[in-house]
Design a protein. Structure first.
Length: 191
């Protein structure tokens, strides 16, 4: 199995979805083993830096009274409140200064699970001639799933870093992987 540095090349981008404190153990909306994606993604980050591959990191960035919160009709406890410690990227995630941050979930009237949803993310990727996206992060069956499906719809070749993501539930993860593969995503594992 090839290593990240043997896989990544010019024309690729690394998309790291919502590796924020609130989605890791101890956070407001913790995903089991959510923090275990960090060492895996750090290897992809290091490889991306070495290869000059751009790194995009999305973050959930909710206002108080967000529509995704239970009290306002949504599914989730309050999480990733703007500028709160829970909204910060995991402290061990070694994002370089050149990382491009994609902020989502800021609308009062609707949630944005996908890093492509009303962010315009496809524009800089196309401007840079990016064709392949390598996607990891949290959670596999929510924001990673939505991001991968949108990326495919935008015409990118997409690979899910399977050991660099974790689902809200195991069954949700299985279903998400099935849907991503059915839509045309590849699965890659980090050696
Ligand atoms: Zn959210």
């Amino acid at each position: 199995m090839p290593k990240p540095e043997e896989i990544l090349r010019s024309g690729d981008a690394l998309i790291i979805v919502d590796v924020q404190n609130d989605f890791c153990p101890g956070g407001a909306l913790p995903i089991a083993e959510g923090d275990q994606v960090v060492p895996v993604l750090n290897r992809w980050i290091a490889a991306a830096v070495a290869k000059g591959v751009p790194i995009y990191a999305s973050r959930d960035w909710h206002p108080h009274r967000h529509i995704s919160f239970k009290a306002y009709g949504g599914l989730w406890p309050p999480h990733c409140l703007q500028d709160s410690p829970g909204a910060r990227f995991h402290p061990d995630l070694r994002l370089p200064e050149s990382t491009i941050i994609v902020t989502k979930g800021v609308r009062f009237d609707q949630d944005q699970n996908s890093a492509f949803d009303q962010t315009g993310l496809a524009v800089p990727l196309r401007q840079d001639g990016i064709r392949r996206l390598f996607v990891g992060g949290l959670a596999e069956d929510v924001c990673v799933l939505a991001t991968v499906l949108d990326a495919l719809k935008e015409g990118f070749e997409v690979a899910l870093i399977v050991d660099g993501t974790r689902p809200v539930t195991p069954a949700g993860g299985e279903e998400a992987r099935r849907r991503m593969q059915q839509a045309g995503a590849h699965l890659v594992k980090t050696e």
